[in-house]
Design a protein around this ligand. Structure first.
Ligand code: HEC
Ligand code: CU
Length: 498
């Protein structure tokens, strides 16, 4: 019996020892994979870029000690056309700069709170492994700075934001940005990289209400923002600031959502994502995707090839946010047409215009009801006109004529009043481009017409005198619907481009 016991015991001891050894070997393996604590070779400033740009790939073969400087400012900025707001920002604007480091880098972070500021702030990097993501150690009063050093253990796309109490307020005032921790081998090369961060603004005034706006804690608690925007401002990615690429080029978008409350359903109208790195991790989690979620406090990366030229709206597919609260940007794809993929006549034909006008009207009047309360031109524009003529007044090619620098609008004040009194159908030429659509009769009051026309005549690069209530009353008494129709017809006869 004794003779048997000893070998059994030793086998058991041997087995358990080797199992423990195997476990610690596996653990070391796992650590090596998730955290390449490679030697840090040189020093470099952090690679930074202002929205919507992304610094180029690092192409560094080793980890480095990276110096990152962030200055916090409290200052007035434009939230939307005619609307200003006191932003709190990392650097000059919201979002803060896009930061690009490499996995294994040691990031020496210096946070300075400008002496003109009135509050203490800090930074929580979601890329940091350590208490508070650096929040506690970077908490600084105005006129002070703090330093901490952290190792970028995990590759991926991460949000950073202020977490000083109340954190929701600091984020809602603009304190957020994105940091990409590249894996050592980098990401597959693409032709263009851009970034976009969605966030909300809880202003005291309604959407579009002009002037300086305060923060409404009540709306914030109800999670009912007046503005939901990309890159900190209404129109930050519209018009001249649209993302521009050419056909055949590959595009990668780094997407973040600072919230503080609403999840984003990110969608590009007319484009399908070839690959999505879900939640900003390193794996391609899905292919051929129409809409991807960007969680609050999280991110996503999408890739696609620009195939067909044209203007593509980027939206939060929660549509009222996109069309009425600002969550829209534009991707412009230039290049030769791809008739093999997409073809259509340039100017669509009008089909039973009377019926269509009526149908559009029921939708528009619902919006008009909410606008009647306010006589403000900016508000009427944002809630009614922008649906077709777009927030930036540039319209849509072939469909809705531009109001921005429109020769048609500027040439004749009375005629523009007639357009709003009676609507407009038939061919017109605006800035040399033909349009043949239906502008519905909107049933606005004379005061509203004066307000909204004065607004559009002085915005979007326009610089013309206002339209008074007396102007509208005079034109109304002179004109009839029939007259306005023949007016459009004579216009076309005079300036027929075909
Ligand atoms: C349902 C879409 C729609 C809405 C809403 C709309 N428009 Fe238009 N608008 C059009 C279309 C389409 C035309 C061109 C009509 C044509 O081709 O005859 C047009 C033409 C115009 C023109 C003359 C052309 C130019 O570019 O200068 C003016 C001015 C104008 N709209 C102002 C406004 C204003 C101000 C509002 C808001 C109160 C508004 N529109 C709301 C669709 C719309
Ligand atoms: Cu802050």
């Amino acid at each position: 019996m004794k003779r048997l016991l000893l070998p059994t015991l030793s086998v058991f001891v041997f087995l358990s020892l080797s199992y423990a050894g195997y476990q610690s070997w596996r653990f070391a393996q796992a650590r090596a994979e998730s955290a390449p604590l490679s030697a840090v070779h040189d020093e470099a400033p952090a690679a930074l870029a202002d929205a919507p740009n992304v610094p180029p790939p690092l192409r560094r073969r080793h980890a480095a000690r990276v110096r990152l400087d962030i200055e916090i400012l409290e200052h007035q900025k434009t939230l939307a056309d005619g609307v200003s707001y006191t932003y709190w920002t990392f650097g000059d604007d919201a979002p803060g700069k896009f930061i690009r480091v490499r996995q294994g880098d040691v990031v020496e972070t210096h946070v300075s709170n400008h002496p003109d500021n009135s509050l203490a702030h800090n930074v929580d990097f979601h890329a940091v492994t350590g208490p508070g993501g650096g929040g506690d150690v970077t908490f600084v009063a105005p006129g002070h700075s703090a330093t901490f050093t952290w190792r970028a253990l995990h590759a991926g796309l991460y949000l950073y934001h202020c977490v000083a109490a109340p954190a929701g307020l600091h984020i809602a005032n603009g304190m957020f940005g994105l940091i990409l921790v590249e894996p050592p081998e980098g990401l597959p090369p693409v032709d263009h990289e851009f970034f976009l961060v969605q966030s909300e603004f809880y202003t005291t005034g309604d959407y579009g209400e002009p002037g300086q706006q305060g923060f409404s804690m009540k709306k914030a608690l109800e999670e009912r923002p007046e503005y939901v925007v990309f890159n900190g401002h209404v129109g930050a990615l519209m018009g001249d600031r649209s993302l521009k690429v050419r056909t055949g080029e590959s595009v990668r978008l780094y997407l973040g959502n600072a919230g503080p409350s609403l999840v984003s359903s990110f969608h590009v109208v007319g484009e399908i994502f070839d690959r999505v790195y879900g939640e900003g991790g390193l794996d391609v989690t899905q292919r051929e995707v129409q809409t991807t979620l960007i969680p609050v406090g999280g991110s996503a990366i999408v890739e696609f090839v620009a195939d067909v030229p044209g203007d593509y709206q980027m939206v939060d597919h929660s549509m009222f946010r996109a069309f009425n609260k600002g969550a829209m940007g534009m991707l412009q794809i230039a290049g030769p047409g791809r008739e093999d993929l997409f073809s259509a006549p340039v100017v669509p034909a009008v089909y039973t215009p009377e019926a269509r006008t009526d149908r559009e009207l029921t939708v528009i009047t619902a919006a008009a009801d909410s606008a009647t309360a306010a006589q403000s031109g900016a508000h009427i524009y944002a809630t009614i006109c922008a649906t077709c003529h777009q927030q930036d007044g540039r319209g849509l090619p072939g469909l809705f004529p531009p109001l921005a620098q429109s020769d048609f609008l500027m040439a004749d004040k009375d005629r523009s009043v007639q357009v709003l009194l009676h609507g407009l159908t038939g061919k017109i030429v605006v800035n040399g481009k033909p349009f043949d659509g239906v502008m519905p009769q909107l049933r606005l009051s004379d005061a509203q017409i004066a307000a909204v026309l004065s607004h559009v005549r002085s915005r979007f690069g326009n610089d013309a005198d206002p339209v008074t209530l007396a102007d509208v009353e005079r034109v109304r008494s002179q004109s009839t619907r029939a007259q306005s129709r023949s007016l459009a017809a004579t216009r076309t006869a005079q300036k027929n481009p075909w």
